[in-house]
Structure formats: C-alpha cells, structure tokens
Design a binder for this molecule. Structure first.
Ligand code: GAP
Length: 476
C-alpha cells in the first residue's frame, strides 16, 4: 500500500463527519442528545474494528507461547484492592465556583508550565515541573495553583474549591441489595482478568515460562474529560497481553515486545513518520520500565499503546490478597519464583481512530476531488464491490451471482445505482480495495474488470478467478 507520508494535516471534524455519514461511528443514544464519552460502531465501523481485533489476535496468539482468554467484566471486588485501583486509580479534581467548570488539577498546572516555557521562563517552568512531580496529595496541588495564580480558563477567576480525588472506576451492585457489601466495579482494564487466571492457564495448557496470556475486551473508566472522538471515552475496548518471564530476563523480553508491537503497526500500513515511541518520565510505583507508542493525531501526539515492565507486582499482590500462591517452579533449574510481567496494552477503539485518521486522503483525479480511505486491505470493511455497468442486458443477473458467491468468503458490496465513476468514488471513500465491473464483454467471454483503489488501475480477469485474485491481495 502507498505510504501516507506528506499527507496534509486533516481536521478531526472531517473524520468525525465521514465516520457518521458513511456508517463507521455514531454518537451513542444520538436521538436523545447523545451520551458523553460513548460511541456506537455502525455497519462499516464494526467491520473495521473487528478486522483490527482479528489482526491483533492473530499476531499475538497464533504462536506457541501465547494463549488467549476472555474473562468476565465483573470481578471479585478484592481484585481491585489488590491491583491498587481502589486506592490509586483516581484523578485530582478542582472546580471553579464561578463557571462551575471542572478540571484536573495536574492538567491546569501542566498548562501553566507550558505557558511559562512559551514565554521563555524556562527556569520557572522547570521549578514548577519539579514541584508538580513531587506533589503527593491534593492539598499540595491546590497550593501550587494558588501560589502560581492559575486562573480558570473559562471564567478567568481564581474562585477555586479544594482539590479532591475522584476514583475513575464505575461502581454497580451485584444482586438486589444496593449496599456496600454488594459493590462491584466495571473493570477499568482487561489486565487483571489475566493475572487472576495465571495459574488456571498455566496448568490447563502446561505452558512453561516464558509465556503470555492475551485478551480483548471492554473496559470502562469514568473519565472526567472525554475528548477527541474515540481517543478518550468512558467505554472502550482494550487488547492486552501479559508475558510472564523469569526475573533477570525481563529487559530482553521488554525490548522484544516493543519491537513486535512496533512492527504490527508497520505491517498494517501505518505511516511510520506518524508513529513514535516515548519512554515514561514518571514510572508507576510497580513499574521498572514503560514506553508509549504514540500516533500523531490531528490534535497532536497521543498514546495508542503502552509497553510496561510490571515486575512481579501484580502476581505478588494477588498472592497476598487471595492467599493463593502465584509462583512458578522451574523443574529444570529447580528454582521457584514469582514471574515478572511484560505487558503490551493497546486500545482497540483508540487504534481504530488512528487507523481511520491515517487512512484518509484527499486527492485530485482528472480535475476532480476524491476522498479515499487507504486502509490496509486486511482492515478495509468491504474487500470487494460488485458493479453491473448498466441495469440491463443480463448484467445485473451476472453481477448478482458473483456477489452472492463471493459474499460467503469475504465482505462484498453490491452497487447498481448511478454512473460507474460515482460508484467508484463511493467505494474509495470507505476504503474498498477492489471494485469489479460486469460489462458487455463479460456476457461474451466471462471476464470482468477489476479496479484497484489506490492506483485506480484496471485489469481484466475471468470472473471465476475473482475470489482467488481478491483473497490473495487482501491476505485472507
Ligand atoms: N493495563 C494497562 C493499561 O490499561 P493504559 O495505558 O491505561 O494501560 C492502555 O491503557 C491503552 O488503552 C491505552 O494506550 C489506550 O489505547 C487505551 N485506553 C486507555 N484509556 C482509554 C480511554 N479512556 N478511551 C479510549 N482508550 C483508552
């Protein structure tokens, strides 16, 4: 596939509007005014999302050393105490009493640091940055906001409340009684379902370390500021893999998985100039190393995947909280140890947004504008569109036969309305890699034309060779 390098910057609005118009993504509960931070995938979006998840599943689990699972979204509440989410998974919030706007206190301070830098006051910026890094409780963040006279961007006042912590986990109740003993959480990450199943998977598959467990599933976070379309939402899908290794071999596997994950985006045709890796400045207390893979979205660089060395933190904590030892015995070396974990965590929804943005091009063809989604053929929602040149002389019958035959093998679309040029444009806009046209010659010799989306070149092939022709090029 052609590269995306040099693509002019497109606006997020262009993508959101195309996504809605062509049935990729709709606002959740739109007829009721929408629900903030939630989105629905339409007929084309669900195909794209499934193709991304499928590409990930194949890359990550169709190998000897990684097993797949699908754990329940609701888990025992002690899981979230052990993982640290009950205690730590919160944002520091501050409200402005005049504008009633709510902000993350740390983001306000980061904004101030940015402003100081832009004004050339680098020393002052560095000083504030150091204070922010050292602040461990909400009152220190509040002090920094007051000391630096940081104003509400909405009202311009300093009419602030205290800073309070707000836990991002959604709570609900199991059973009919809504009391504290019945509280359960919607999982905020898929990873914990993997840690608690470490022993089940190891025993049932007889895997030996190093090995991994992968899962794809919904996660929920009550984000304060949802933003940028699918980028930060309250309900989203994650694709996570935890790779269990012997302590001491963790650095090697961390590098290995970073390389694998980088290559995954490359293999799916992502513009490499729009990807970068960014090591974390601040590490979580349990992490030994962490790096983000970031994509350059229309609003700037944003994380799409994290690769983390989580040490033995998770298995040790679950051992402690459950009372069940989660260790590994190496019968070759006769050693017993708690494995270290290398985690790869990517958003299915967030990477769908990255693939949507990355695919979009506006081109000029014979003096006319065409919008084209240059999806990798494996990701494209439809693989083939079948078009009868005219709606007479037996062409629709021939085309319908092809369509019904191929639809059983890959997602195929049938379009008989309007001029062929316009039908091509409609398929370009949703990224269909191939269009086949049934014309007069087809009825004489059984051949059809096949037009390729990016080069717009056409070849003529026997209609009964179409299935193999498309499948080979799409990588099915
Ligand atoms: N288990 C580690 C973990 O969950 P994370 O960095 O919080 O790490 C991993 O999340 C990925 O999940 C992110 O890189 C992002 O792609 C996706 N993600 C996280 N929060 C999200 C949100 N609110 N909306 C959409 N995607 C999100």
């Amino acid at each position: 596939m052609a590269s995306n390098a040099g693509q002019s910057t497109i606006s997020l609005e262009t993508i959101v509007s195309l996504a809605k118009r062509r049935g990729f993504v709709f606002q959740s509960s739109e007829i009721y005014g929408g629900l903030n931070g939630c989105w629905d995938y339409g007929p084309l979006g669900v195909e794209l999302l499934r193709n991304i998840k499928d590409a990930w599943w194949r890359a990550m689990t169709y190998r000897d050393d990684v097993e797949g699972i699908d754990a329940a979204i609701l888990m025992h509440p002690r899981v979230w105490e052990a993982s640290g989410h009950v205690q730590n998974f919160s944002d520091p919030l501050i409200d402005n009493k005049t504008s009633k706007s709510r902000h993350r206190a740390d983001h306000l301070i980061e904004g101030e640091i940015e402003k100081l830098r832009k004004k050339g006051r680098t020393e002052k910026a560095a000083e504030l940055e150091a204070k922010l890094a050292a602040a461990t409780d909400p009152s220190q963040l509040y002090q920094l906001i007051i000391e630096h006279e940081i104003k509400d961007p909405v009202s311009g006042t300093m009419d602030w409340t205290e800073v309070r912590h707000f836990n991002l986990m959604f709570k609900t109740f199991i059973g009919p009684l809504e009391d504290t003993s019945a509280v359960v959480y919607l999982r905020p990450e898929t990873a914990q379902g993997i840690f608690v199943n470490f022993d089940n998977v190891r025993q049932s598959t007889r895997q030996k370390i190093p090995f991994g467990i992968a899962q794809i599933g919904k996660s929920f976070r009550n984000e304060i500021n949802t933003k940028y379309f699918l980028f930060r939402t309250r309900e989203f899908e994650q694709m996570e893999m935890q790779f269990f290794v012997k302590p001491g071999e963790d650095d090697k596997w961390y590098d290995y998985w970073l390389g694998e994950r980088w290559r995954w985006f490359q293999d799916l045709g992502m513009t490499m100039e729009r990807l970068r890796t960014k090591p974390h400045d601040k590490l979580a207390h349990y992490a030994k190393a962490a790096v983000d893979i970031e994509y350059e979205f229309p609003f700037g660089w944003g994380e799409i995947e994290g690769i983390h060395n989580r040490t033995d933190f998770d298995l040790s904590r679950h051992s402690e909280y459950s009372g069940k030892k989660l260790e590994y015995y190496d019968d070759q070396t006769k050693e017993r140890f708690v494995p270290y974990v290398i985690e790869t965590a990517v958003g299915a929804s967030r990477s769908t947004m990255a693939f949507l943005v990355d695919a979009y091009r506006e081109e000029e063809v014979n003096g006319e504008k065409r919008a084209v989604m240059r999806f990798h053929p494996r990701l494209a929602p439809y693989k083939l569109a079948v078009l009868p040149l005219v709606n007479k002389d037996g062409m629709p019958e021939f085309a319908t036969r092809i369509y019904h035959d191929l639809q059983r093998h890959f997602k195929t679309f049938y379009d008989d309305s309007g001029a062929v040029g316009r039908r091509y444009r409609r398929q370009d806009e949703v990224g269909t890699p191939f269009c086949t046209t049934v014309d007069g010659q087809t009825l004489e010799d059984g051949t059809v034309t096949v037009r390729e989306r990016d080069s717009m070149e056409q070849v003529r092939i026997p209609a009964d060779a179409l299935r193999t022709y498309v499948a080979e090029r799409v990588g099915l």
